[in-house]
Design a protein around this ligand. Structure first.
Ligand SMILES: *Cc1c(COP(=O)(O)O)cnc(C)c1O
Length: 371
């Protein structure tokens, strides 16, 4: 596989960590019980593995193990959180506040909810990609039941002021759901201090497999289950648990916690090296500038160079994304960049570089030589 291009698209997905895979393997062949089986040792062992994963995940976000629920992806977690909260709170109101720069999984689910009677407010963002907290406050109504604002944007790395948003929601007695798929395992999260009621994350963004993810649901919060059948996981999401995947997600969470600080600094150095060199050469503009940005993602406009041309020219050497991988099949400017005020031309010149575990200085040098 040595002829594969240099991978700089970690925000889209990551390879599985060997340590994660090793811990998963016994759960395919030997310890294959159903975690819901109460009548034998196979079930006990599976259940025990799930509990261990829950506690490792909870540890990473300062939650309780019982507050961690498993799903098939962040997309499913987002569907469960938005539809589940909307349906369970109809007596309190039908208004949800979200933001124009959310992931499509949020925006498409909100659009569906609008079709079935929800009132949704889509907040604007500044040029930097940030939500205006006063605008958030002024859009809260008597009927507002939920605020849904992501932690780190998957295209730009912009970090919203989650602490303040949590405080505003708490003061107004409104639930706060944050899509933390790009923050989980990379930035410190404390769901209690930050007043986060629901938070989603996904295995394949943190070196665990695709198809396993989770949703933190604060104890006591009621939510309408979306996948019916058996009432697994405290009647939040039915279906036999993906035990091996869950073991992987748990292990990946533990590793992420151990390495978080060091890895953050290491990646930040690489990111700064790339961005500062290109800025000095006047070759790029950075979208979502300022320090409220995760170092794991660079969203840069290549001045006077079409992103598609750049990516196609280097296709055999470097794996990169334009705006967002999820939109790649449709030729349409990024909704995130448009919301930040970029024009069509600026959007078309923009690429996303996202760094991860195997990124190093030689990768940065290699990329610099191509721009
Ligand atoms: C990747 C991603 C998702 C979707 O996650 P899946 O597990 O692939 O469904 C949702 N939100 C954000 C911010 C993401 O980066």
């Amino acid at each position: 596989m040595t002829d594969l291009p240099l991978y700089l698209d970690y925000a889209s997905t990551t390879p599985i960590n060997k340590k994660v895979l090793d811990e998963m393997l016994p759960y395919f062949e030997d310890i294959y019980g159903n975690a819901a089986s109460m009548t034998h040792k196979y079930g006990d062992l599976a259940k025990k593995a799930v509990l261990k994963a829950q506690s490792r995940i909870a540890n990473l976000i300062v939650a309780e193990a019982e507050e961690i629920y498993f799903t098939s992806g962040a997309t499913e977690s987002i569907n469960l959180a938005l539809k589940g909260i909307y349906q369970a709170n109809k007596k309190n109101g039908n208004h949800i506040i979200t933001v124009k720069t959310e992931h499509k999984a949020v925006l498409d689910t909100c659009s569906y909810l609008e079709d079935v009677g929800a009132d949704i407010t889509y907040l604007d963002v500044s040029k930097d990609g940030l939500v205006d907290l006063n605008e958030l406050k002024s859009n809260i109504k008597k009927t507002t039941v939920l605020v849904c604002i992501m932690y780190v944007n998957n295209e730009t790395g912009v970090i919203q002021d989650v602490n303040s948003i949590g405080r505003i929601c708490k003061e107004s007695n409104i639930l706060f759901f944050s899509d933390a798929t790009q923050a989980f395992g990379k930035l410190p999260i404390n769901v209690n201090d930050q007043n986060i009621d629901l938070l989603c994350f996904s295995g394949h963004k943190i070196y665990a497999p695709k198809g396993v993810a989770g949703l933190y649901i604060k104890r006591g919060i009621e939510l309408q289950m979306q996948i019916h059948g058996g009432g697994h996981q405290n009647r939040m999401r039915s279906g036999s648990l993906n035990v091996s995947g869950i073991v992987g997600l748990g292990k990946a969470s533990e590793i992420a916690k151990e390495n978080m600080k060091e890895e953050y600094e290491r990646i930040k150095e690489l990111r700064d090296k790339l961005e500062n060199t290109l800025l000095k050469q006047n070759k790029i503009c950075i979208n979502g500038s300022g320090d409220k940005r995760s170092p794991y993602i660079s969203n840069i406009q290549l001045i006077d160079q079409e992103a598609d041309d750049f990516i196609m020219r280097n296709r055999n050497k470097i794996a990169l994304a334009t705006g967002s991988a999820c939109n790649s099949e449709i030729i349409e400017s990024s909704h995130v960049l448009k919301a930040m005020g970029l024009n069509e031309n600026e959007c078309n010149e923009t690429i996303r570089i996202s760094y991860g575990i195997f990124s190093d200085l030689s990768d940065i040098q290699f990329l610099l030589n191509q721009v």
